[in-house]
Design a protein around this ligand. Structure first.
Ligand SMILES: *Cc1c(COP(=O)(O)O)cnc(C)c1O
Length: 382
C-alpha cells in the first residue's frame, strides 16, 4: 500500500492489508500458493518459507489482514475456530483454571469441560454480566477469562473493558470470542483484551463456503507461544481456505451493515408479533444491555434469537416451514439460516446449566431483501 498521511480506514485495510500486488507477476489478487514445501537456495537460506504447516504466503496475507482489521500487531490463522480455541487452551498447564461465560458456543464449553478437563484444567462458568460473580470466580490459578460477546445463542452482551480489567488484575489472559460481532462492529484489543478469537467460518468468510479460525493480539511473546502451538499441533488452514477467508473479509464492512439493518428490522417485527414471547437482540431498546452494546459496538450484528407461544414443538415446526431461511447450523453467511440451538448447535450443553431454552429459535439474518425475509417468517409463524 502507498503511504498516506491518515491511517487507512477499515474497508481499505480489508481490501489491501497484507495484499500488495504479487512481486513476480503483479497479480492484484493474492495467489493461492498451493504448495506444501518451498525450495531452498542453500541449507538454511530461503525466502522466509520452508514447509507448509509452518508458513504459507497466502496464509501470511490473511494473518496480516486479520491483524489489521482487529487493530492488533499480529494474527494467526487456523483450520477452524475450534483449532484456534484449542491453541489457546494449550497455553495452560495442569492445575490452571478458566473462567468462562455461562452462554458460550457449545463447542468451546465442550473443549474445556470434556477434553482439557483430562489435562487437569479446571473450569468455572458464570453469568459474566455480573462482574462481582466473575471476581468471585477468579482464583490464584486462573489463567484465562473467556469472554464471548454477544453470546450464542442468547445474545447477552458483556462489558469487555471491565472484564479485561478483572483478568489483568488476576494476571489472567482476557480472550474475546469476537465471532458474532466481527472486527467491523467490535474491536476488543482496544478495549483491553489480550487475545481475539474468530471462527472465520462465520462473518469473516461470510459465504458459508469455508471452515476456518483465527487469533489476534499485541503481545509478541504470546504470539510466539501460540505460533509454536500452531506449528507443533498443526491445526493450520490450507492455502485455498486461507484465500477464501481473505476474499470474504474484503466485503465484511458492507455485509455487516446490511446484516445489522436486516436483523434490526426483523427483531422489531418479531417484538410486535402476538405469537412471539421474547426477542433477544442487542439493537432493541428493551435489551437489558442495549446501552452497553451501543457503547461497545458500531452496530448490533445479524444474529438474534426468539421464543414463541407454543414452545419447543411449535418452534421446531416454524423452523421447518421457512422457505428462504434454510434450517441449518452455522451462521454469518450472506444467506439467512434458522435453527433450534438446543437440538442442533448446542446439543453438547444439553442437561448442563448452559442449556438454552428448548423452544429458542436462532436466526442468522442474511443480506437478502428484508421484506422477503419478513414475509417468510410471517408465513412460517402463521
Ligand atoms: C462457530 C463458532 C465457533 C467454532 O468455530 P468453528 O469454525 O466451527 O470451529 C466458536 N465460537 C463461536 C461464537 C462460533 O459461532
Amino acid at each position: 500500500m502507498k503511504s498516506s498521511p491518515r491511517k487507512p480506514g477499515f474497508e481499505t485495510l480489508a481490501i489491501h492489508a497484507g495484499q500488495d500486488p504479487e512481486g513476480l507477476t503483479g497479480a492484484v489478487t493474492v495467489p493461492i500458493f498451493q504448495t506444501s514445501t518451498f525450495a531452498q537456495e542453500a541449507v538454511g537460506k530461503n525466502k522466509g518459507y520452508e514447509y507448509g504447516r509452518t508458513g504459507n504466503p497466502t496464509r501470511t496475507a490473511l494473518e496480516t489482514c486479520l491483524a489489521a482489521l482487529e487493530g492488533a500487531r499480529w494474527g494467526l490463522a487456523f483450520a477452524s475456530g475450534m483449532a484456534a480455541s484449542d491453541a489457546v487452551a494449550h497455553l495452560l498447564s495442569k492445575g490452571d483454571h478458566v473462567v468462562m461465560g455461562d452462554d458460550v458456543y457449545g463447542g468451546t464449553y465442550r473443549l474445556f469441560a470434556r477434553v482439557f478437563d483430562r489435562a487437569g484444567i479446571d473450569l468455572t462458568a458464570v453469568d459474566m454480566r455480573k462482574l462481582d460473580a466473575v471476581r468471585r470466580a477468579v482464583r490464584s490459578r486462573t489463567k484465562l477469562v473467556w469472554i464471548e460477546t454477544p453470546s450464542n445463542p442468547l445474545l447477552k452482551v458483556l462489558d469487555i473493558a471491565a472484564l479485561a480489567e478483572i483478568a489483568q488484575k488476576a494476571r489472567a489472559l482476557a480472550v474475546v470470542d469476537n465471532t458474532f460481532a466481527s472486527p467491523y462492529l467490535q474491536r476488543p484489543i482496544k478495549l483491553g483484551a489480550d487475545l481475539v478469537l474468530h471462527s472465520t467460518t462465520k462473518y469473516l468468510g461470510g459465504h458459508s463456503d469455508v471452515v476456518g479460525g483465527a487469533l489476534a493480539g499485541n503481545d509478541a511473546e504470546l504470539r510466539d507461544r501460540l505460533a509454536f502451538v500452531q506449528n507443533a499441533a498443526g491445526g493450520v488452514p490450507g492455502p485455498f481456505d486461507a484465500w477464501l477467508v481473505l476474499r470474504g473479509a474484503k466485503t465484511l464492512g458492507v455485509r455487516m451493515d446490511r446484516h445489522s439493518a436486516n436483523a434490526q428490522a426483523i427483531a422489531e417485527w418479531l417484538a410486535e408479533h402476538p405469537k412471539v414471547t421474547r426477542v433477544n437482540y442487542p439493537g432493541l431498546a428493551t435489551h437489558p444491555q442495549h446501552a452497553l452494546a451501543r457503547r461497545q459496538m458500531r452496530a448490533f450484528g445479524g444474529m438474534l434469537s426468539f421464543e414463541l407461544r407454543g414452545g419447543e414443538t411449535f418452534a421446531k415446526r416454524v423452523a421447518a416451514r421457512t422457505k428462504i431461511f434454510a434450517l441449518a447450523e452455522s451462521l454469518g453467511g450472506v444467506e439467512s439460516l434458522v435453527e433450534i440451538p438446543l437440538a442442533m448447535t448446542h446439543g453438547s450443553v444439553r442437561g448442563t446449566k448452559l442449556a438454552p431454552p428448548a423452544g429458542l429459535v436462532r436466526l442468522s439474518v442474511g443480506i437478502e431483501t428484508v421484506d422477503d425475509l419478513i414475509d417468510d417468517l410471517a408465513q412460517a409463524i402463521g
